[in-house]
Design a protein around this ligand. Sequence first.
Ligand SMILES: Cc1cc2nc3c(=O)[nH]c(=O)nc-3n(C[C@H](O)[C@H](O)[C@H](O)COP(=O)(O)OP(=O)(O)OC[C@H]3O[C@@H](n4cnc5c(N)ncnc54)[C@H](O)[C@@H]3O)c2cc1C
Length: 462
Amino acid sequence: MTVSTDVTRDDVLQTLRAHVTTHVALPGEPGYERCVPWNVAAQVAPAAVVLATSPEDVAGTVRFAAAHGFTVTVQATGHGAVGVGPGTILVQTSAMKHCAVDVANRTARVEAGARWQDVLDAATPHGLAPLCGSAPSVGVVGFLTGGGIGPLVRTVGASSDHVRGFEVVTGEGRLLQATPECNADLFWGLRGGKATLGIVTSVEIDLLPIAEFYGGAVYFAGDDAAAVLHAWAGWCAGLPETVNTSIAIQQLPPMPGVPEPLAGRMTVAVRYTAVGDLAEGERLLAPLRAVATPLLDTTAVMPYAAIGAVHADPVDPMPVSENQALLSALPSEAVDALLAVAGPGSGSPQAIVELRMLGGALAREPRHRSAFCRRDAAFSLLTIGVPAPEIAAMVVGHAAAVVGSVEPWSTGGQMPNFAPSYDPARPSRVYSEDTLHWLAALADRYDPAGVLATGQVIRTLR
Ligand SMILES: Cc1cc2nc3c(=O)[nH]c(=O)nc-3n(C[C@H](O)[C@H](O)[C@H](O)COP(=O)(O)OP(=O)(O)OC[C@H]3O[C@@H](n4cnc5c(N)ncnc54)[C@H](O)[C@@H]3O)c2cc1C
C-alpha cells in the first residue's frame, strides 16, 4: 500500500518538469544536493528541488504545488535555513543572481538569488554602497525580508527601509509588482514580514554614495573582557549616528581565515564603522582602543567594498544556532550579568556573544512604513553557537541562559533575522499584535490555499 502511494507521488513529481523550463531534481538525482543549506544544522529534505532561472519557473512551481497538494519554500543561500520536509518543493534561486546598477538614479535591481557580494561587486566601482549586513555571503532577499541590520544601521536605518520595490510570485502563482504605489500592502509586508507573502523574484534597492569608511575591528584578550565591555558600554553613550559599533566575546576554533592570535581562545572584538568625517571617526575610537593592549587592530580607512572585513563572519557552511534579546539599556549591572554567563571562566560554549549598538536612524519610522517592528531597542544581544550533535541541547540551553541573564533590561522583542526558528513564541516576540494581524490577513489574501511555506508561517486561514 505504502509503496504504491510513494510511486504515485513520485510519478506526480516527475510531471513538475513540464511546468518549468529549468532543472528539477528529486531525491537522489543530480542537483538535489543544491538544497543543502549554509547552516547545515537545518534538516532540509524536500520532495523536489527546482533550480529556478526565471520568475516563470517560480510561478510554474507554485501552480504545480497548489494543484497537487504540495507546499513550496524558497532558499537562496541557506544562511537562514529552517527545516524542510517531504511535503514541500524547494525553489532554489541561486542561479538568479543578476544585478543591474543604475548609476544615475543610484539604484540596483537585484535578482532573488544574489548575495550581497554580487551587489558590492556591481555597485562599489561606481562609489555606490548597497546596505548589506555583516556578511556579504548572505542572500539579499532573505536579509531584506527580515528587515536587515547592517554595519551602518544607526546611520541609515534598517536596510529594508531602502527598498523601492519587489517583483513577487504569490501563492496563487501570479507575478506581481509590490511598490509604494502598486500592491502597497504587499510592499509593506515584504519589508520585515519574512512570512508567507510570496516568493520574491527580484528587488530594487537604493544605493548610497558612500565610497569609503573608517573602521574594522580591534581585538583584545579574553582576560580584558570585563574592562573592555564596561568601557564599551559607557563609550557608546556619546557616539553620534555616523558611528556604528558592536562588541563580541568570541571563541573561534583554529581554522582557515581565523588569525592566529584569535584562534582557540576567548577574545573580545570591538567592531567599528564611521562615515562622513573619517578623521573624526578615528578620533572617536581612540579612547576605546586605549582600554587595553589590542591583540590585533584592523581599523583603517577602507573602501566600502571591504565592509565584510568589519565583522569577518565565517564564509564556509557550518552548523549554527542563534538566540537574541533586544535591550532597552546596557547599564554596568547588565554587563556584569553577561560576563558571568559568557565571559572568562564562565564555561560558555557559544562561539560568539555579540552586543550591537542600535538606535539612531533605526529608531525612526521610514517614509514608507513596513512590517519591521522593534525599532526602539538600544542594543541587540545575539548568541551564535555551533550545535554539534553531542552538545546541541547544551548550546541551545546556554544561549537561553545568556538571553535570560539580561532579562531585566530586555524589551522582550526579537528581530526576524535573528530570532530562533525553534521558538513557538517567535512571531509574538518579533512582531507587534497589530503587525501579526495584518501579516496574517495578507497571507490569507495572497496565498489563500496556503501553498507557500517560506520561513515562518503567519496566517489565520487553515
Ligand atoms: C554569518 C551570518 C551573518 C548574518 N549577518 C546578519 C546581519 O548583519 N544582519 C541581519 O539582519 N541579518 C544577518 N544574518 C541573518 C540573515 O540575514 C538571515 O538569515 C537571512 O534570512 C539569510 O537570507 P539567505 O537568503 O542568505 O538565506 P536562506 O536560508 O536562503 O533564506 C532564509 C529565508 O529568507 C527568506 N527568503 C529567501 N529568499 C526569498 C525569496 N526569494 N522570497 C521570499 N523570501 C525569501 C525565506 O523566509 C527563507 O526561509 C546573518 C546570518 C548569518 C548566517
